[in-house]
Design a protein around this ligand. Structure first.
Ligand SMILES: [Zn+2]
Ligand SMILES: [Zn+2]
Ligand SMILES: [Zn+2]
Length: 409
């Protein structure tokens, strides 16, 4: 594979150089031309850095691939290799001004005839040449500066804990290590004793005792159906030596649970954040959110006759079942046993009120909730706990109380 990648990159580079030196421009560009060229070059530059994975990863055309061709991971220790990679990416991004000014210098250089290549405002060959010179020198200085990774703040850690350098080698090769691949190029490796994170932009490999993990927030996936709608947990990763900068990890909920299982000290959840730990808890939350968009039911009752939830007897009774669906709503059809149409809803005329938690539990338990169809759970029906009539999620209403004035003696 590396040989193929090497061939591809060699071909691209040779082709690029050949194209660049055999150009012959004769016509002047308009501002629109120049703008679109610069846009294309910029897009290409940053697509190499942040590649649309499916598109460029397969053929091995990412900057990471180029990096692996230039540097063989077997020749370096993990920390050295990860540092080289981070430096490589930073230098590449820093070379952007050089690339843009090269475009202008190249255009002026290969213009045939007497006219100029660029429209008036941009036609300053010497200025572009100076910019190119300065940005190339700037990139080189930056490269020399950043290359010396032993000067990076993180490296202080390996001076303080030299044994971590050998430990990390064991962690990355051990089959026992828990691994999460966030993207093709971003990895999290965790054991009971060690924490490793490596991406194109940063790396950390420290002993677990020096890491603090704390839930920062949770968010729903950007694309609703992505990964079956699993929630993401944002985790703030901070370190005991303060010279290692903290960062935030975005972990899918199933990974969050798995990671928590491995850690000796579980990830700290601040009291104001609710991380649903089970599928049931998560669906309950979703259920309550869904029924809150249904119409509300006004319940007339004497203040003294207000009962708690009929099912659990403790929570405030705030939910009423009343058929209000039209029967045209999408229904769950496929269940484990094959084709089964969920039964139509019937009118329940029971007087008891329920709490949202109990009805959510009753409803969700009735569905075939597993990893495959749990995000269709809301298309099912369940039975009213008292009259056994069917209801769907549209028939569950939050209650507004209208208190009847009580007669006083
Ligand atoms: Zn209840
Ligand atoms: Zn009923
Ligand atoms: Zn219904």
């Amino acid at each position: 594979m590396t040989a193929v990648k090497r061939g591809t990159w060699l071909f691209i580079i040779v082709l690029g150089v050949l194209t660049a030196i055999t150009c012959e421009f004769t016509t002047q560009l308009t501002y629109l031309h120049v703008a679109s060229h610069v846009a294309i070059l910029s897009a290409a530059h940053f697509a190499l850095v942040h590649p649309p994975e499916e598109l460029l990863d397969g053929p091995g055309l990412t900057l990471f691939d180029l990096f692996t061709i230039l540097y063989n991971s077997r020749q370096y220790g993990f920390v050295e290799y990860a540092a080289k990679r981070v430096a490589f990416f930073h230098v590449f991004v820093a070379s952007y001004p050089a690339m843009i000014s090269f475009y202008f210098v190249h255009g002026s250089l290969f213009m045939k005839g007497t006219g100029s290549r660029f429209p008036e405002l941009l036609d300053h060959p010497w200025l572009w040449l100076t910019t190119l010179g300065c940005s190339v020198i700037g990139s080189i200085i930056y490269c020399i500066f950043i290359k010396d990774y032993e000067q990076w703040p993180i490296y202080q850690y390996y001076r303080d804990h030299p044994e971590a350098l050998t430990e990390v080698q064991e962690v990355i090769t051990s089959p026992e290590t828990f691994r999460i691949k966030f993207s093709q190029r971003t990895l999290l490796l965790v054991t009971r004793d060690f924490f490793v994170y490596s991406s194109n932009w940063k790396f950390v490999a420290v002993r677990m005792a020096d890491v603090r993990l704390q839930v920062d927030n949770t968010r729903m996936p950007n694309i609703p159906d992505e990964n079956e709608g699993l929630r993401y947990i944002l985790i703030k990763v901070s370190f005991r030596p303060a010279y290692i900068p903290p960062f935030t990890l975005s972990l899918r909920q199933d990974y969050y649970r798995q990671l928590n299982d491995i850690l000796e000290v579980p990830i700290f959840v601040p009291p104001h954040i609710n991380v649903p730990l089970t599928i049931m808890e998560e669906l309950k939350e979703d259920f309550v959110q869904k029924i809150s968009t249904n119409t509300r039911y006004t319940h007339r009752v004497k203040r003294t006759e207000k009962d708690p939830c009929f099912a659990c007897g403790t929570e405030e009774n705030i939910v009423k079942l009343e058929k209000s669906c039209t029967g045209q709503e999408p229904r769950a059809i496929f269940h484990n046993l094959g084709l089964r149409l969920t039964p139509p809803c019937e009118s329940c005329s029971c007087t008891p009120l329920w709490c949202s938690g109990c009805i959510a539990q009753i409803f969700i338990t009735k569905q075939n909730v597993d990893n495959v169809n749990r995000y269709e759970y809301d298309r099912g029906t369940a039975q009213c706990p008292t009259c056994r009539k069917n209801f769907c999620i549209r028939d569950v209403h939050f209650v507004d109380f209208d208190y009847i004035v009580e007669e006083t003696d």
